[in-house]
Ligand binder design. Structure first.
Ligand code: AMP
Length: 111
């Protein structure tokens, strides 16, 4: 489904874009700042697969997350990759949840 976001079929507000990754707001935010950063490639279901095949793309996701946290909050952020249905992954196109802002008592993201 995130492939349709990458192709433009599902329109989203693009918050950051490089050759390999794009970032857009989570439609069901769990924090004052809740942004998803995904590789454009649809080849990887989860972060372990991405890390094994394209470590540079994973590093780019972390770098973009840092930039977004600086732009939209105070530069501090929580980065979450749900990996597997039993821990809450619902979309099997690897994505980083970037959570920032005042998280207070909020627990880890889950949808
Ligand atoms: P996960 O549970 O880790 O697989 O996270 C999937 C996330 O994608 C959830 O937080 C959803 O709110 C979010 N999501 C699903 N579809 C869209 C969409 N079209 N635009 C923005 N966020 C989405």
């Amino acid at each position: 489904m995130f492939g349709k976001i990458v192709s433009g079929e599902i329109p989203v507000e693009i918050l950051a874009e490089t050759d390999r990754v794009i970032a857009f707001p989570d439609m069901n935010p769990q924090a004052p700042v809740h942004i998803l950063v995904i590789p454009k490639s649809t080849a990887y279901d989860n972060v372990a697969e991405l890390a094994a095949a394209e470590p540079d793309t994973l590093a780019e996701i972390v770098s973009v997350a840092q930039q977004l946290a600086a732009e939209h909050a105070n530069g501090e952020f929580r980065l979450i990759f749900n990996s597997g249905a039993t821990v809450g992954q619902t979309v099997f196109h690897v994505h980083a949840h970037v959570l920032a802002g005042d998280l207070e008592e909020r627990s880890l993201v889950g949808s």
